[in-house]
Design a protein around this ligand. Structure first.
Ligand code: SAM
Ligand code: SF4
Length: 333
């Protein structure tokens, strides 16, 4: 793990974790219905955020600027499916023009990537991550990935949620594709985010077992983390043809290194991916909160942070308490 430099500006929470990264969800709508996130039958009956209730683009920018003043230098735009949000390119433009944002990325399911890749690149987006559901046909996403490469995106990551019953053939095919196309494949353990995805411990396949399996086909060697707070453990292919990552949030929780604040599309500030409720920033902005007062509010919300759900998961399960948690499509992973 890398050590933090003494001169770095730090806003620390109750467990001494610095605020370094911000994830902004810009819509809860999605053109996919992945069973691990937004199951079809659940999506049918639920109201999504109304356009009027979204944070506006200037509100997103102003919140992001305040976070940057508190030490954030990494911002990820997410959803739902962020490419469905009207004005997504403008949002990228504004955030990329914000001084102090060192790393601006966007997570998408890739369905609209072919159409948007060029304008996202021109707007200043640094990197894209594409979430692929390998239980369905994903060939149409590959054209989006080709386009992203063509317009100059580098270090593109592919996220795959691994769940019991996954098709090994499909996984192997995608692994080969990523090796051949300079894409960084990352396996994410199926998480009990939200309450709608029918999560059960038996559905989780450990990331470690995936590493063994991949290594059997393409030998791997463990590699160092890139930066403090990186959630993926990295492995390089022994033949030098790229790398993969695993995000073992269930079997090896990494709460103690979690440096991320999260904002939902309707402006709720969440301290944790598994939180039950968030602070209503939109309401606060509407009642005049801005500038230094906004920074102070964000800073005190972070300072009070004690969340470490993944490390406490078993305690909650043993206690039988059924927590109400924000859904993955609302907060963006
Ligand atoms: N729609 C975009 C996408 O799919 O990449 C962005 C939003 S999605 C909620 C962000 C990430 O969360 C995706 O990479 C997805 O694979 C991951 N994800 C969703 N549900 C998950 C779950 N239950 N466990 C682990 N990862 C999950
Ligand atoms: Fe799938 Fe992403 Fe949509 Fe969730 S938000 S249903 S992970 S595509």
């Amino acid at each position: 793990m890398h050590h933090l430099l003494a001169e770095e500006k730090l806003c620390l929470d109750k467990l001494n974790r610095p605020l370094k990264a911000l994830r902004i969800s810009i819509t809860d709508k999605c053109n996919r219905k992945c069973s691990y996130c937004l199951p079809e039958n659940y999506a049918l009956n639920r109201p999504f955020i109304k356009e009027d209730d979204y944070l506006s683009i200037p509100e997103i920018t102003s919140i992001a600027r305040s976070f940057v003043k508190l030490g954030v230098d990494k911002i990820r735009i997410t959803g739902g499916e962020p490419l469905l949000r009207p004005g997504v390119v403008e949002i990228v433009e504004d955030l990329s023009a914000t001084a102090g944002v060192r790393d601006l990325s966007l997570t998408t399911n890739g369905l609209l990537l072919k159409r948007f890749a060029r304008s996202l690149k021109s707007a200043g987006l640094g990197r894209v991550t594409v979430g692929i559901d390998i239980s369905v046909d994903y060939s149409n996403i590959l054209t989006g990935l080709d386009e992203a490469k063509r317009v100059g995106f580098k270090n593109t990551k592919i996220n795959v949620v691994i769940q019991r019953g996954l098709k090994q053939e499909s996984l192997l095919k995608l692994t080969k594709y990523c090796r051949d196309n300079e894409l960084i494949l990352r396996f994410i353990e199926f998480m009990d985010a939200g309450n709608c995805n029918n999560w059960a411990p038996e559905e989780v396949i450990s990331a470690e077992s995936i590493i063994h399996w991949i290594s059997y086909h393409f030998p791997l060697v463990a590699s160092d983390s890139n930066y403090y707070g990186e959630v993926a453990s990295r492995y390089k292919y022994k033949d030098g043809k790229g790398e993969i990552g695993i995000i073992a949030s269930v079997t090896k929780p990494f709460c103690r290194d979690c440096t991320r604040a999260r904002i939902s599309a309707d402006g709720k500030f969440y301290n944790c991916l598994f939180a039950s409720s968030g602070f209503d920033l939109k309401k606060a902005l509407h009642s005049g909160l801005e500038g230094e007062a906004l920074e102070e509010t964000l800073s005190s919300l972070w300072a009070g942070r004690i969340d470490r759900y993944s490390e406490e998961r078993q305690l909650f399960r043993n206690s039988g308490i059924k927590l109400k948690k924000v859904e993955m499509f609302q907060i963006g992973g």
